[in-house]
Design a binder for this molecule. Sequence first.
Ligand SMILES: [Zn+2]
Length: 478
Amino acid sequence: MKKKQEYIQVLGSRVHNLKNIDVKIPRNQLVVITGLSGSGKSSLAFDTIYAEGQRRYIETFSAYARQFLGNLERPDVDKIDGLSPVIAIEQKTTNRSPRSTVGTITEIYDFLRLLFARVGTAYSFHTNEKMVQYSDEKIQDLILQNYNNQKINILSPTIKSRKGHYRELFEQIAKQGFVRVRVDGEIIEIQKGMRLDRYKTHDIEIVIDRIKVSETSKKRLAEAIKIAMYHGENVILIVEQETKKARYFSRNLMCPTTGIAYNKPEPNSFSFNSPKGACPKCNGLGTVNEVSIDKIFPDKSLSIQNGGIAPIGEAKNTWIFKQLKTIGQKFNFNLQTPIKDISKNAMDVILYGGKDSFDIESKLMGVTQNYQIEFEGIEKFIKNQYEQSGSSSIKRWAKGFMNENTCSQCNGTRLKKESLFFKINGKNIGELSQMDIIELAKWFKNLQLSKTEQLIGTEILKEIKDRIQFLLDVGLDF
Ligand SMILES: [Zn+2]
């Protein structure tokens, strides 16, 4: 057995600005690394010692686990001896709670992603129904059961809620030998030169066959399902001839009522760092910068003249104030009116913009003058500056009138809606990652899985439980 080393020895570290340095750091003691700013303290502590420890830790995972985590790069160092499992407490912490939640402990989160991809149950975000996924044989059985002795149309969904005239598409469908399509819920025959309103959104399905369902039509049904699956990219639609009632069947995960489908889940579907998993509104950040009305009008007793609209300051002889004057003509205020006395309608135009043209008769001159409002709105102006300006100082200026708010679409979970509708024992991955280690340990202890799920999940569950135990052992649970 190797004797326990008393030092962590670093030989030849060249990470960042470190110049091939050697150090010996005593173990089991509180060691402080001090030095001038930029002298490489973090390069030594975080990017050399911590990084190498982390890399070795991940190397202890099974090959199976590592393929999902990716290998960490070896820091530029000749040799490090005497390392034990490393934990880094970051310099700045944005987390107000002293408790570590699972979401902040990456390797456990990575295994949770894997677990959800394998054994998560999908629910429809429209109806909360369990999503279904059938084999062709199962679909055939269901059709035989549910539509016995009824006439049905078997269709392939082709266009879902998209704009266009689709003339070429209809031609192509006709060329393939199909006679009918369902356009926006109505089954019609394809006519030569047929086209739709290109500015409206449409749903188009190809009618593959019309069959009276019975045991004798079984073979034809199987054939139609196969062709429909091909043209519908693994989704088919059954429409009853009499009632026009429609129902989707899919080889993929799909809501049986509304037909929305999810892609087959993969670990990245649960990663806010991947476009496959990130909330599209906040790009996986969990927060969005939104213009703050209170910051635009910090003191509502002020008039526009006296700087009541903070981003534009006191009145100047500029286009923007001329526009505000014109808006005032229409909405009955002037630049001396305190902000609090300006009507709600006028404030909406000031904030969110408006286009208008109106005439005012001048009593003095007896002439009618035409006024034009073409105002972008202060809110939009600031937002555009923040999002589109190439200048970082303008961005900073705009940010001064914004608040960082929790994203309303993902509620700060940073994930796509559909990713949060995969659940295990009623919990989604966002809820699990907000638990602390003790809660999570308890949750896994009580986890009930079906036999198949258990089989699929054994390896992953073992890795998660080991990791939780490790964290409990090193005392990260407080
Ligand atoms: Zn979001």
